[in-house]
Design a protein around this ligand. Structure first.
Ligand code: ARG
Ligand code: ZN
Length: 886
């Protein structure tokens, strides 16, 4: 292998040649597929004569012509990754290439490949180069036609982007279709699908009266499971019109569900391709979480039509330009369709559990990375989730209308262009004449800022002061950081728990007053820009309890001097519901950390009765939303606590979390029992917030109860399992029972498997549940499951369920004897031969090995070194493993 090459943002150069039109012709066959392309090329600078460099990987070149004339060897250079024309004609010319590929042998699931006998494509980020020779970069935007030819009985459906302009039969049992996409696009948005598929059809009428045909394609037997996806699509189309004034721009929108897919889904122009787990749902087979994920991802891919496709990225470093923005949009969509607070809690938890650790580890990178070896490794929680937080901060600073003005200007300036994060920033700023200080650091500095705040009340001056200091921790390649621009939303509670009216705040010689004759100001956004600064609220007539970082207004770690009793007060009274939840989490985190210390010193564990009392009052508060209660009584995850420790101790954290859960279950047993009884589902499954909230609360209560050693509870859980009428309840009961090793567990797991063996998506849940289990010595069970007839290392969903699930179990993956690490090391090497992209996602589980004690460090490091020494390692795995060891 050539030494993998690192690519840098600072080296970006405009292409020397652009492409205007691209005509593709595919002859799909059982042995091989022939791809013919005809591209019109023009130089960026008239008269220039630089070489034209095309990307191409795993392609067999058959023919190349320039302006109709065939090139001979010597007229071009070909290596394993490039086809170069050293001296193309000056001015506009046509380039024709014919090459051969073998989709049936493509296990990487990038480029053109087969899934369940059907052909499909995945081109983002750099998969198009596995289809044909091309300038595979997003700033090359061209108009495509796509001609597909295939056997008619094997591949009755032939799809590509845009509009179907021609189709017909051919000799020898073949047929063809010609698709034309009127919008120019980068090649990563190209898609082709051919196979035996059936569709659910519907129609959406846009607000300007355009009729859009909607089709969701699946294997025939799955069509009934596409109703929720269709509902989600129509809801998303309507929402984008209502909230952003954005309409769909073609007459046809296709979604295809495929079982073999590396990621969640892909926004190819008018032909979205989805991992089938994010399309297929029925109440019997999919849980509330699946329904919610489908809604969010269908929305996400649809929203890309404007944020990603109409306006795309200049280069891959700008990925967050489309992904951060589109995640923000899908979060807002899901909020509007359900509960805003609950959605915010879920999104912030995800950020803390996955993005914070990445930002504090060897793979830490800014929202806009400075370099990469393999772009695929940068489809990360930082680019996506932290990127969405960055977009959210614009909205927090500008307000809903200001944000919308910024979006409008962004589209006005950049429609049909490939642009950068600065362009987005400039549109937000210019549309609002805003002063954004050093906001751009959010794109360039990695690491989670730590903000400390202390408060003091001056009873004589009637002022309340908040003193902030901020620090961005060092990350690889960035030892020293500048202060960031951090919006901190703040409200002040009076002694009755009501928001005080804010009159003015003093900040370095400027007095900002909030006098408004209409509405009292109950919350304000402080703008931190310095390493240290102070804000002083005036006319404050009693000592307030500050509610800080309301709605989680910035992706930071906030350390405040609030006391436990302040936090209990906020938990009970804050008008900002997110901060009520947050106060409970802060209390739980403190409690868990102090019990971890006790555990490590062999002290007996005891639970603070005030904490139990706090949860009891939440649990019985009828004014609260039930899903909010479910979230508020859920303890922070083990990873979140480990992330806060000097040396992560998975055994101690696990023991403490288990202890607290059990203690709460026994002290709140009667409350939990009545919660289960009073929140059973109605017969008919309804996907709406009210019903989901009932199920969520009931199932959290059941999970608590099942932590007890209690035959009465086992009976209850079995009853819930046997009487469940939907997957949410059935699976929750299964998970509850599976907490305790023993015969009941084995029997019910076996029962579930035989019930659902015909449905691979449900079987994946069964794999994941066992993989994540914390029962002692689970690695052996997981090892055996590799040989289960339903398991297949070539299918990413199965790998994510079983291997990924296992790596998410703190106790078993981090088993002291290194058995978990050894298991993963072996699997990574096997996987890398099949699918480097999936392998590199798995190897990431090792990346935080330095966080653990010395003996674990040694064991994990040995596996990383073993991986690094393997022959023929992919660039994907090389990048993660080598950066982890650096
Ligand atoms: N753009 C897709 C999304 O909606 C992700 C596709 C990434 N896939 C890949 N193979 N790199 O988020
Ligand atoms: Zn996306």
């Amino acid at each position: 292998m050539d030494a993998p090459k690192e690519i840098f943002l600072k080296d970006y150069k405009s292409p020397d040649y652009y492409f205007d039109t691209v005509d593709l012709k595919f002859s799909l066959g059982e042995e091989k597929t022939i791809v013919a392309s005809k591209i019109t090329v023009f130089p960026r600078v008239e008269g220039s004569s630089s070489p034209l460099d095309l990307n191409g990987v795993d392609l067999k070149l058959i023919l190349i012509k320039v302006n109709g004339k065939e090139l001979k060897e010597g007229d071009y250079y070909l290596d394993s990754r490039h086809l170069t024309l050293p001296s193309p004609p000056s001015g506009k010319f046509t380039l024709e290439i014919v090459n051969e590929i073998q989709p049936q042998k493509n296990t990487s699931l990038e480029g053109l490949y087969k899934s369940s006998g059907n052909f499909c494509t995945q081109c983002e980020a750099e998969g198009f180069r596995k289809i044909t020779f091309y300038q595979d970069r997003p700033d090359i935007m061209a108009k495509y036609t796509c001609h597909i030819e295939a056997d008619k009985s094997l591949y009755p459906v032939l799809l590509s982007n845009g509009n179907l302009i021609e189709q017909g039969d051919l000799e020898g049992g073949k047929h063809y279709a010609v698709w034309e996409d009127p919008f120019k696009k980068p090649c990563y948005l190209f898609a082709l699908v051919a196979g035996q598929l059936e569709s659910r059809d519907d129609i959406f009428v846009t607000r300007s009266g355009r009729q859009v045909s909607l089709r969701i394609w699946t294997l025939a037997q799955d069509v009934p499971k596409t109703a929720h996806a269709m509902y989600s699509l129509k809801a998303a189309m309507k929402w984008d019109e209502d909230v952003f004034g954005l309409e769909y721009d073609l007459d046809l929108f296709n979604i295809v569900a495929v079982p073999d897919f590396n990621m969640g889904a892909m926004e190819n122009k008018s032909l979205n391709i989805f991992n089938s787990r994010l399309v297929l749902a029925s109440p019997e087979t999919a849980s509330d979480a699946d329904y919610a994920a489908i809604l969010g991802v269908i929305g996400h891919e649809y929203f890309h039509n404007w944020t990603g496709n109409r306006v795309t990225c200049r280069d891959w470093f700008q990925l967050s330009l489309k992904e951060g923005l589109t995640v923000f949009r899908d979060q807002e969509f899901s909020s509007d369709m359900g509960s805003r607070t609950v959605k915010r809690i879920a999104d912030v938890s995800r950020l803390r559990n996955y993005q914070f650790p990445q930002d504090a580890g060897p793979m830490a990178h800014p929202v806009r990375p400075h370099s990469y070896i393999k772009m695929d490794n940068f489809y990360t929680v930082t680019v996506y989730q932290k990127g969405a937080e960055v977009v959210r901060m614009y909205k927090t600073l500008l307000g809903t209308q200001g944000f919308r003005k910024g979006m409008n200007l962004y589209f006005k300036r950049h429609d049909r262009q490939a642009v950068t994060c600065e362009d987005f920033f400039a549109a937000m700023r210019d549309a609002n004449d805003a002063e954004f200080a050093n906001f751009l650091h959010w794109y360039s500095q990695a690491g989670t800022p730590v903000v400390k705040v202390t408060s003091s009340y001056n009873a004589n001056a009637h002022t309340f002061s908040l003193k902030f200091s901020q620090e961005v921790p060092p990350t690889p390649g960035q030892p020293v950081k500048e202060p960031m621009f951090i919006p901190v939303a703040v409200g002040l509670l009076d002694s009755s728990g009501k928001d005080m009216h804010l009159s003015s705040v003093y900040h370095y010689g400027t007095l900002q007053s909030f006098v408004s004759n209409s509405q009292p100001v109950l919350s304000t956004v402080l703008r931190l820009t310095k390493k240290e600064e102070e804000f002083v609220f005036c006319d404050i007539f009693e000592r307030p309890i500050p509610s800080l970082l309301r709605g989680y207004s910035a992706p930071i770690r906030l350390e405040s001097d609030l006391s436990d009793s302040d936090l209990f007060f906020l938990l009970a009274h804050d008008s900002d519901e997110f901060n009520r939840w947050e106060a409970g989490q802060l209390l739980a985190r403190k409690l868990m950390l102090s019990l971890v210390a006790d555990f490590q010193q062999n002290k007996p564990l005891a639970l603070n009765p005030k904490f139990v009392q706090g949860l009891r009052s939440i649990l019985s508060d009828r004014s609260l939303d039930k899903e909010f209660i479910a979230k508020a009584i859920t303890l922070p995850a083990e990873g979140e606590i480990m992330d806060m420790m000097e040396v992560a101790d998975p055994d101690a954290v696990h023991a403490v979390r288990t202890f607290i859960r059990k203690e709460l279950a026994s002290q709140l047993k009667s409350e939990f029992l009545s919660t289960v009884q009073n929140n059973r589902s109605s017969k008919e499954y309804v996907f709406d917030h009210l019903n989901m909230a009932r199920r969520a609360l009931k199932n959290v209560a059941l999970a608590y109860l099942a932590s007890l050693e209690d035959p009465e509870i086992t009976e209850l859980a079995l009853h819930e399992y046997n009487t469940a009428t939907n997957m949410t309840d059935q699976f929750a009961a299964l998970a509850a029972i599976a907490q305790k090793p023993g015969k009941t567990r084995d029997d019910v797991l076996a029962d579930f498997c035989s019930k659902w063996q015909h449905d691979y998506l449900v079987v994946n849940k069964w794999f994941a549940l066992q993989a994540m289990s914390d029962i002692p010595g689970n690695v052996e069970n997981v090892h055996n499951l590799l040989n289960h007839p339903a398991f297949d290392l070539r299918n990413p969903n199965k790998v994510y369920s079983l291997i990924g699930g296992f790596c998410g179990s703190p106790v078993n993956f981090h088993a002291k004897d290194g058995s978990g690490y050894k298991f993963l090391g072996e699997i990574v090497l096997q996987l890398d031969k099949l699918n480097p992209r999936v392998a590199s996602r798995m190897v990431s589980a090792f990346s935080r090995w330095r966080r653990f004690d010395e003996s674990r460090q040694k064991l994990a490091k040995a596996q990383l070194e073993m991986i690094m020494s393997a022959n023929g390692l992919s660039e994907n795995v090389f990048e993660i493993a080598s950066k982890s060891l650096a």
